[in-house]
Design a protein around this ligand. Structure first.
Ligand SMILES: [Fe+2]
Ligand SMILES: [Fe+2]
Length: 253
């Protein structure tokens, strides 16, 4: 299928990336990735995005698994390109909705009625059993959102990193994989330099991530970092300077 990439598959576990964009807002939006992890008869959907792609994503998911079997929907943070269609997904599935405790009270503004469906993550994150393996919610606060998590899938060893690793307008976004880190780097720099809060948080996140064996980093925007490229990315991200380091030039007063 167009706009669909199989990231991992074995006899009982599968990770799929969809790259669907809202046609109406395409010119102004970033390229956006949505992810689905399936193991046996259950699934978790990651960062399903806005209302403009709801129908298309629902159909794409349904080609892999009955959407009624989605056990969890994870929202890395509160932005509309992540959680804009939370109300639609809450009606279309019986999934539990997982997000930072910071954002639960705001979800009513996206039209969510049934707050009892939310699992609110505390700041240190959590580990949930997913069939025979586990999913780890890794703190990513202030990178860029103050209540933010990445998700590590222990079976595929993929780290779903949300906005961390996003690249804007990189030519390498077209082939979905970063194969030359140095060429891709300027497009990472423009995004992270402005959206990340401070280097201190970048280092804290990398320290948490390094506890796990990571085979791939899959961001919500842009290209995938596989094996060696994932290590290049972590080394680079540890040194990223954010808003705090550029405070004077940002404020200009
Ligand atoms: Fe965001
Ligand atoms: Fe985003």
């Amino acid at each position: 299928m167009k706009n669909e990439t199989l990231l991992y598959e074995d006899e009982s576990h599968k990770c799929v990336m969809f790259s669907l964009e809202d046609e109406e807002h395409k010119e102004h939006s970033l390229s956006v990735n949505q992810f689905l992890i399936i193991q046996h008869e259950s699934a978790i959907l990651i960062d399903p995005g806005s209302g403009g792609i709801f129908g298309e994503l629902y159909d794409a998911v349904a080609r892999h698994i009955d959407p009624g079997k989605i056990k969890f929907i994870f929202f890395s943070h509160q932005d509309p390109d992540v959680a804009g269609a939370i109300a639609e997904w809450s009606v279309a599935t019986s999934a539990k909705l997982i997000m930072s405790q910071l954002w639960t009270r705001f979800m009513g503004h996206y039209g969510l009625m049934d707050m009892g469906r939310i699992i609110a993550l505390e700041d240190h994150g959590a580990r949930i059993k997913f069939e025979h393996d586990f999913l780890q919610f890794i703190p990513a606060h202030f990178l860029h959102s103050p209540g933010n998590f990445s998700l590590y899938d222990s079976r595929s060893k993929i780290l779903f990193s949300g906005d961390i690793g996003a690249a804007v307008l990189s030519p390498q976004n077209l082939n979905k994989n970063v194969d030359d880190f140095e060429e891709h780097r300027p497009f990472l720099e423009s995004f992270h330099g402005r959206y990340m809060a401070a280097n201190h948080f970048c280092r804290a996140w990398v320290k948490c991530v390094r506890k796990y064996e990571v085979a791939m980093i899959a961001p919500q925007h842009g290209s995938l970092f596989k094996e060696e490229m994932a290590h290049h990315f972590l080394e680079w991200f540890e040194k990223v300077e954010g808003g705090y380091e550029h405070c004077e030039e940002l404020y200009g007063c």
